[in-house]
Design a protein around this ligand. Structure first.
Ligand code: NAP
Length: 238
């Protein structure tokens, strides 16, 4: 049985991916930061393990991997999904806000991937999926730090696909469009209507829209796919 770690699996897209992987026969580890209750209730419903760690903290990621390695040996599939966003003008984006967004969204993927690699390299097999964003591809006004972190994930994906391909490890990115989760609670009704209006498929995406692709990439269908960035955005960015 393959083991998958989904960072930020307590809510939203991460929770939908955890559910989909569990339904597809994987052993699932849900990482969370602050939503202990949500993570534990999802874990008990789908038969997963829930482990707390702030992916922005090297120490907490290290402690989480000590547990993962002793309980499960390691992870075969890693989904770097944990992420935060903040809407603000560049002129209002403080040094600490910038650091926090880059450190969680991009730094988190760096340190969780690094911790997961030993096991994958030994097995000469592994799959890493980085959850970027369409804003990492096209840039979002008033979300410069977020867009930069998500563009960074695309660079990381492409570099690691080249570095790790000879070790049998595939690395891909998913760049979702507007998906209906807590992350977009800040958007007012008019902005949502505007974004839907610009989307050829004329709706907001669901976490399940993203989960289906993640599961496909991790499975046999994705065996010859690496270094790619997949838009799941209803045609918003073409
Ligand atoms: P969400 O509903 O706000 O959920 C975010 C998840 O990330 C939560 O499980 C949260 O865990 C976790 N998380 C946040 N900071 C963390 C940290 N420091 N350490 C560990 N976990 C942390 O967001 P979402 O919409 O599902 O987003 C998931 C990913 O998709 C993010 O990377 C986001 O940038 C990306 N994305 C989202 C959209 C969208 O429209 N929703 C579009 C493109 C890309 P806790 O609650 O336990 O803290």
């Amino acid at each position: 049985m393959k083991t998958v770690l989904v960072t930020g699996g307590s809510r939203g897209i991460g929770a939908a991916m955890a559910e989909k992987f569990a339904a597809s026969g994987y052993r699932v580890i849900i990482n969370y930061n602050s939503s202990k209750e949500a993570a534990e209730s999802l874990a008990s419903r789908i038969g997963a393990a829930a482990l707390r760690a702030d992916v922005g903290s090297p120490e907490e990621v290290g402690a989480m991997f000590e547990q993962i390695n002793s309980r499960f040996g390691g992870v075969d599939v890693l989904v770097n999904n944990a992420g935060i966003s903040k809407i603000s003008l560049m002129t209002d984006c403080s040094e600490s806000e910038w650091q926090r967004i880059i450190n969680v969204n991009l730094g988190g993927a760096y340190r969780v991937t690094k911790a997961a690699l030993g096991y994958m390299i030994n097995k000469k097999d592994g799959c890493i999926i980085n959850i970027s964003s369409m804003w990492g591809v096209s840039g979002a006004s008033c979300e410069a730090a977020y867009s930069a972190s998500k563009a960074g994930l695309i660079g990381l994906t492409k570099a690691l696909a080249k570095e790790l391909g000879p070790s049998g490890i595939r690395v891909n990115a998913i760049a979702p469009g507007l998906i209906d989760t807590d992350m977009n609670m800040e958007l007012d009704a008019e902005t949502r209507r505007g974004l839907i209006g610009e989307t050829p498929l004329m709706r907001i995406g669901t976490p399940e829209d993203v989960a289906g692709l993640a599961c496909f990439l991790a499975g046999g269908g994705g065996a010859f796919i690496t270094g790619q960035v997949f838009g799941v955005n209803g045609g918003f960015v073409i």
